[in-house]
Design a protein around this ligand. Structure first.
Ligand code: SAH
Length: 361
């Protein structure tokens, strides 16, 4: 079955011409899908009935089937579990914060990067998501915000729209580069989705050749890099891909990205007690990032099962933060969100591996 969300606007035009229809039918379908976010062909009222019937037999729109969603106690975070057409499952998170409504999307089923403190890595990589499967995650929450707005659990009073997309869910986004870029182009398209590309942030483990590719693209996404250690010796252990793409080379790629795009880079650093949170490591980190326009996001490690690592205590975390800010490295402590529903950083995974989800399948 042809998945319509996997097709770009020009693919849709080509499809229509190949069916003997005028190309502008492709534009109409694109608008229905990406601007109006319809999932039902019957709503595409300006298409001839015969064309709708053919679309109904040969194509499908929504690649995601909602299994369940859970809200955090404070009603500010919602995690949704979806089943894909092949039976795999993915998790997607909506977060409300002041006037921001942010969706955290996944790019792979599982992840192959093997970071030792991350739950997604524990199950390995099942497969890449298709562009449509990535786009549909954003559409799902945008549609919900637009239509229902308030009254359904989360603290939203009136119909609203998404303000931010973070590509920080399951998977390594830059390991699924082409589908990701297609998805970003679709959700950053000012003619349809209207989400300013400035509000899209992509987080990577540091795949240097792909950062270099991104540097040359005309997509104004923000880059976040999962650093977690200030030395190769430690980073090799925590983020094994560092053995292939070591710190100096990674920082050099960040410089190239910045020189070309002029955008500030975020560095993520999950604080683990007795592992990467010593004063000396904060000083090393300050030196490493001294001449780069950046922001360091410190995250007290989120708990995951069977992990040898513990989060740094609040007082030590604040001390670490102060060393950075004293060295004039802009840094903040990230709010921990949705931890009790396993929706926090590094806690997402396939339902079959998620303790609170297994029974729901
Ligand atoms: N693969 C990409 C995208 C995932 S983003 C990346 O690594 O950047 C998820 C973020 O949460 C990453 O910065 C990741 O390193 C971090 N993370 C993973 N496990 C975590 C944990 N247990 N606690 C806090 N952060 C974690």
């Amino acid at each position: 079955m042809l998945q319509l969300l996997d097709l770009t606007q020009s693919d849709l035009r080509d499809l229509m011409t190949s069916w003997g229809e005028p190309a502008y039918r492709g534009d109409q379908i694109y608008t229905w899908l990406h601007k109006e976010l319809v999932t039902d062909l019957a709503e595409m009222t300006n298409l001839p009935k015969a064309l709708r019937a053919k679309l109904a037999t040969e194509t499908a729109i929504d690649p995601l089937e909602l299994i369940v969603q859970i809200d955090s106690k404070d009603k500010l975070t919602r995690k949704a579990l979806f089943r894909l057409k092949d039976g795999n499952t993915i998790e997607v998170v909506l977060m409300l914060y002041n006037y921001r409504r942010t969706v955290c999307i996944s790019t792979q089923v599982g992840c192959g990067m093997g970071c030792t403190f991350c739950a997604t890595a524990q199950g390995g990589l099942a497969r890449n998501l298709c562009a449509g499967e990535i786009i549909a995650q954003v559409h799902y929450f945008e549609r919900w915000l637009r239509e229902s707005g308030g009254g359904e659990g989360l603290r939203i009073e009136r119909p609203a729209t998404l303000t931010n997309v973070v590509v920080m869910g399951m998977g390594e986004p830059l390991a699924n580069y082409d589908a990701l870029l297609q998805a970003i182009r679709a959700i950053a398209n000012p003619k349809t989705f209207e989400l300013s590309a400035r509000s899209i942030t992509l987080s990577t483990v540091g795949l240097i050749p792909m950062i270099d590719r991104l540097t040359e693209e005309d997509v104004p996404v923000r880059l976040a890099v999962s650093l977690h250690a200030p030395s190769n010796r430690l980073r090799n252990k925590l983020v094994p891909i560092n053995n292939r793409y070591p710190l100096e080379a990674l920082i050099a790629a960040c410089h190239r990205y910045q020189a070309q795009t002029n955008r500030r880079i975020t560095f993520e650093y999950a604080l683990m007690r007795g592992i990467n949170d010593a004063q000396q490591q904060a000083e090393l980190l300050s030196d490493l990032l001294a001449d780069i326009n950046c922001h360091v996001n410190l995250i007290p490690l989120n708990p995951i099962p069977d992990s040898p690592y513990q989060p740094t205590a609040e007082a030590e975390a604040q001390r670490f933060l102060k060393i950075l800010t004293d060295a004039h490295i802009p840094a903040t402590m990230r709010l921990r969100r949705g931890i009790e529903i396993n929706a926090g950083c590094g806690q997402l995974r396939q339902a079959t591996q998620q303790p609170d989800m297994i029974d729901l399948l």
